[in-house]
Design a protein around this ligand. Structure first.
Ligand code: MTE
Ligand code: MO
Length: 372
C-alpha cells in the first residue's frame, strides 16, 4: 500500500477520498477563525504523501542556458529574506457537489470547504530565481514546478505559472516553509511548497523538488489535461483540452457556512455567516444576503481584516444578523459577493456547468426551517 505511510489526520475532517487523501473541514469550523488551524486546513492530494528528510532535502533550481543551477538545502532557503503573507487557497473543485446536483461531472464531491486560509512564510520565488540568474524575458515563459510525490510509474505532480507572475515582487509568490508559524505539516507540503497568491490551488505545488523556466507551460497532466474550464455544451467525447487556457486566477466566490442546509433555526432573529474571496488579489467589497431566495437583499457585515489594493490575497469572513420575517416557516438563504472589479457571481449553476465541475461559484443557497 503506497499510502501506508500517510500522516494521521484530524478526526473532524470530512473525508472525500481516503487514498489519495482528500478532505475538507465542516463548514461551521471553517469560519470559526479567520486563519484556518493547520489540522483542519482542507487537504487535496493526488498521490501518496512523501516522507522527506529535512536534513537531506534539496530544491533543484535549473539555471538559465549557460547559467548555473542551484541545489538549495532548507538552510540555504532560510538565508533568503523571510517573507510572510496571509493567503487563501481554494481548489478549482470547491463546491463541485452543487454542479453534480445539476448534472453529473467527474471529480471529488467537494462541498463548500475546499478553501482555507493560512499565514505563510518563506523565500520569495523572485529572489530565488534571481539568484539562479533568471531574468524577465520578452518571449513567453513559464516557471514549472515538480513535486516529490509520484505515482507508481514515477510521474510526479507538476504545474506551472507564467514567469511574469513569478518574477513580480508584488505578486508575492513564495517558496513557503512555514504555515501559521509552524513547519509545513506533511499533508501541506513539508518541507517546502509553492504559494501563489490569488491563483487556483493546483499551482501551489507541495513537496517542491524542482523548478525550471521553460518556453511552454508544464507538460503535467494537471496543467494540460485538467483544471480547465469549458462550455456547458462540451462533453467527454468532444472536449479538446488544448483549446482552453489553464486556470490561474479564480473568479469571485462566496458561501454560507452557518446555518447549514436543512437545519432548523429559531424564530425571532437569524445569524448567517460565511466567507467571500476573489482571485488575482481583487478585494471583496460587498456581500449581499437574501432570506427569500433572492427577491430582497441585505448587506452583510464584513470582517475588519486588512485588504491591500491589488493584493487582497485572503478571504473576508462576513455575517448578517436579521429578524426572521413573521409567520415564515422556512427561509431560502442566498449569498453573493462582489469584488473590486465589480465582478459578481452567477445566480445559478446551469450556465457555468462544465464536465469537470470546476469554477463552481453560483450564488450559494441554503434552505432552513423556522422553529414554530
Ligand atoms: N502539489 C503536489 N505535489 N501534489 C498534489 O497532489 N495538489 C494541488 C496543490 N499542490 C497537489 C499539489 C491541488 S489540486 C490543490 S487544491 C492544493 O495543492 C491543495 O493544497 P492543500 O492540500 O495544502 O490544501
Ligand atoms: Mo485542487
Amino acid at each position: 500500500d503506497p499510502y501506508a505511510d500517510d500522516p494521521i489526520r484530524h478526526p473532524a475532517l470530512k473525508v472525500n477520498s481516503q487514498r489519495p487523501f482528500n478532505a475538507e473541514p465542516p463548514s461551521e469550523l471553517l469560519t470559526e477563525n479567520y486563519i484556518t488551524p493547520n489540522p483542519i486546513f482542507f487537504t487535496r492530494n493526488h498521490l501518496p504523501v512523501p516522507n522527506l528528510d529535512p536534513e537531506t532535502y534539496r530544491l533543484h533550481v535549473v539555471g538559465p542556458p549557460g547559467g548555473q543551477s542551484l541545489s538549495l538545502s532548507l538552510d540555504d532557503l532560510y538565508q533568503f529574506p523571510k517573507h510572510e503573507i496571509t493567503v487563501t487557497l481554494q481548489c478549482a473543485g470547491n463546491r463541485r457537489s452543487e454542479m453534480t446536483q445539476f448534472k453529473e461531472v467527474r471529480g471529488l464531491e467537494w462541498s463548500t470547504g475546499a478553501i482555507s486560509t493560512a499565514h505563510w512564510a518563506g523565500a520569495r520565488l523572485c529572489d530565488v530565481l534571481a539568484q539562479a540568474g533568471h531574468q524577465l524575458c520578452e518571449t513567453e515563459a513559464h516557471v514549472c514546478f515538480e513535486g516529490l510525490d509520484s505515482d507508481p510509474t514515477g510521474t510526479a505532480y507538476g504545474a506551472s505559472i507564467p514567469l511574469a507572475r513569478a518574477m513580480d515582487p508584488e505578486a508575492e509568490v513564495l517558496l513557503a516553509y512555514e504555515m501559521n508559524g509552524q513547519p509545513l505539516p506533511r499533508d501541506h507540503g513539508f518541507p517546502v511548497r509553492v504559494v501563489v497568491p490569488g491563483v487556483v490551488g493546483a499551482r501551489h505545488v507541495k513537496w517542491l523538488g524542482k523548478l525550471s523556466v521553460e518556453p511552454e507551460e508544464s507538460y503535467s497532466h494537471w496543467q494540460r489535461r485538467d483544471y480547465k474550464g469549458f462550455s456547458p455544451s462540451v462533453d467527454w467525447d468532444t472536449v479538446d483540452f488544448d483549446s482552453a487556457p489553464s486556470i490561474q486566477e479564480l473568479p469571485v466566490q462566496s458561501a454560507i457556512t452557518e446555518p447549514k442546509d436543512g437545519e432548523t433555526v429559531e424564530s425571532g432573529e437569524v445569524t448567517v455567516k460565511g466567507y467571500a474571496w476573489s482571485g488575482g488579489g481583487r478585494a471583496v467589497i460587498r456581500v449581499d444576503v437574501s432570506l427569500d431566495g433572492g427577491l430582497t437583499w441585505q448587506v452583510a457585515e464584513l470582517d475588519e481584516e486588512e485588504q491591500r489594493p491589488r493584493k487582497a490575497w485572503a478571504w473576508r469572513l462576513w455575517q448578517l444578523q436579521a429578524p426572521v420575517p413573521a409567520g415564515k416557516k422556512e427561509l431560502n438563504i442566498v449569498c453573493k459577493a462582489v469584488d473590486d472589479s465589480y465582478n459578481v457571481q452567477p445566480d445559478t449553476v446551469a450556465p457555468i456547468w462544465n464536465l469537470r465541475g470546476v469554477l463552481s461559484n453560483a450564488w450559494h443557497r441554503v434552505h432552513v426551517h423556522v422553529h414554530a
